[in-house]
Ligand binder design. Structure first.
Ligand code: GAP
Length: 515
């Protein structure tokens, strides 16, 4: 059986071959950690964004959207803390000249201990069979206890160093653990330094008048600086939310794992403004809501878990991640943060404007607290592609690659195929396509055998293939072939619209979320 690493490589190749994701600037040998979405990728991405946007805007009468500019006044990033604190600790290996995130090197070391423990337990489970008690083994076996003690000691030391921003200690940990550079294999490390992740550029035409501005590293600040505009013009009453989808940029040091960690990516963020003191109740509310949103897609409930943050960002008093099981382990897809009144207070301080909410019921003014839900479109895309990718061996010995995408997100909903390119069948097929195309993204394919055409659609996740044959001209019926089961059914042309609509309507997902 292929390893998860091999499967992941196949998924990346599949994304390129079938027009989902291309490396950026490929004819110039690419640009590290930047990707372009192709003809199918952009459809899937737009469908993900629509699912998120409508779940915020349609399902909540107290949430509205905005679209703020990427360029913003540079003082915003001073106020938000990003100029001073949006850093990663980095370390260089002097022999390979490769740069690493010190925290990632240590996290990988922790994962190695976890692996060792898991392997010991797995070995014992095989040896002792059904009567094996894994929990008892973990608390009594001397080798497992030794690994666990080392792991916990490292974890404690690491958390303390990160919380205290102790760069010397991070280097000491790397030395003490004997962590080597994967390229050179040596322990010849530089000191650990802080590296700011924001990209900057100049705005203005002359050198005197130009100012340094930043490409936003999160979309959230565009919401905070528009809080007053939206609250006043929308006559919004607390609690209320502002949602936004847009590009964000980070000069990631370790940019790996395909579109998981990119330098240019897209976020879907919602800031929910609440009364001070109510924030934990809303934090729990949004955790539950967002998990339901994910699970409604049907990718498998067991693939999600919460991961509470130990080291809180400079603005948060509680934070959790929704992690998804990717081929390279459970990884963060979304963050839910209780950001206190930090951002609004800071913008009030730095801009000199009063940024508050007047509560008409109590006749009091206050600076609202904020619960944020922040999800990366690209990571969501990756989680969906990874869990939908299947290689199947068929009864006749042939194999097929099929993307079992949630039907509602599929780039193309139906492919219309005349059996042959003559006898009036293409004309009939075009007629059907023309009646469906106003509501569904459809494809038309008359080339090659029907089998080959099915495979092409399977590979991009099209839920329905509709074949028009000679009989169609007589009985007004077509053969519908279903992607996942490969079963075929003869149906009347008049029922096609209804059948597709039923299967790909987002309403089905929304009902699951609000039920
Ligand atoms: N406004 C809060 C914020 O930006 P974050 O945890 O840094 O929080 C939120 O980012 C989400 O944005 C992450 O859960 C992830 O899905 C996505 N994201 C962050 N950095 C990314 C990167 N370099 N590439 C792709 N997605 C990224």
């Amino acid at each position: 059986m292929a390893s998860q690493e091999e499967v992941f490589k196949k998924i990346i190749a599949h994304c390129k071959e079938y027009g989902f994701v291309f490396p950026s600037s490929e004819i110039y040998d690419g640009l590290a950690a930047v990707y372009d979405y192709g003809q199918n990728g952009v459809e899937l991405k737009n469908n993900i964004k629509k699912y998120w946007w409508d779940s915020m805007i349609l399902l909540h009468e107290n949430i509205v959207g905005i679209d703020a500019a990427i360029f913003m006044h540079p003082t915003i990033w001073k106020a938000s803390g990003h100029v001073d604190a949006f850093n990663d600790p980095l370390i260089d290996n002097k022999d390979s000249k490769k740069r690493y995130r010190a925290d990632v090197l240590i996290e990988e070391q922790l994962a190695k201990y976890d692996d060792k423990i898991a392997k010991e337990v797995e070995k014992a489970a095989k040896k002792f069979g059904e009567s094996f008690d894994a929990e008892l083994y973990k608390t009594t076996n001397p080798r497992v206890l030794e690994h666990t003690a080392k792991r916990n000691a490292l974890h404690e030391r690491f958390a303390k160093a990160m919380n205290g921003n102790d760069l010397n200690e991070l280097k000491e940990i790397i030395i003490d653990e004997g962590i080597v550079c994967p390229i050179s294999g040596t322990k010849n490390w530089t000191d650990v330094r802080q590296f700011n992740l924001m990209f900057s550029t100049e705005m203005g035409s002359t050198s005197d008048s130009s100012m340094k501005i930043y490409l936003r590293p999160e979309t959230a600040q565009g919401i905070f600086v528009n809080y007053l505009n939206v609250q006043k013009t929308g006559r919004m009453k607390i609690p209320f939310g502002i949602a936004q989808i847009g590009k964000a940029f980070r000069n990631e040091i370790v940019a790996r794992q395909f579109i998981f960690r990119m330098r240019e990516f897209e976020q879907m963020e919602m800031q929910f403004f609440v009364k001070p003191g109510d924030e934990m109740q809303w934090f729990d509310h949004w955790k539950a809501f967002r998990l339901k949103w994910h699970k409604a897609l049907g990718l498998g409930d067991q693939k999600y878990r919460f991961h509470d943050h130990e080291k809180l960002a400079h603005y948060a008093n509680a934070a959790t991640d929704i992690e998804f099981e990717m081929p390279f382990g459970f990884k963060e897809v979304e963050g839910i943060h209780s950001r206190t009144n930090f951002d609004l207070s800071q913008h009030a301080k730095f801009s000199g404007k009063k940024i508050e909410y007047f509560d008409p019921e109590t006749n009091q003014s206050y600076t609202p607290y904020v619960i944020e839900t922040s999800i990366g479109v690209d990571r969501m895309f990756l989680s969906i592609i990874c869990s939908s990718y299947c290689e199947e061996t068929l009864d006749n010995g042939e194999s097929r690659v099929v993307l079992k995408l949630p039907q509602v997100l599929a780039p193309i909903k139906a492919c219309i195929m005349p059996l042959v390119k003559k006898d009036g069948l293409p004309e009939k097929a075009r007629e059907i396509m023309n009646s469906l195309k106003f509501d569904f993204k459809c494809a038309y394919d008359e080339k090659d055998s029907i089998g080959k055409r099915y495979r092409r659609q399977d590979a991009i996740g099209t839920p329905f293939c509709i074949t028009i044959d000679h009989q169609t001209l007589e009985d007004n019926c077509v053969t519908v072939r279903y992607r996942d089961t490969m079963q075929q059914e003869r149906v009347s042309i008049d029922t096609l619209h209804h059948m597709i609509s039923d299967a790909v309507n987002m309403k089905n997902l929304f009902k699951k979320i609000v039920s």
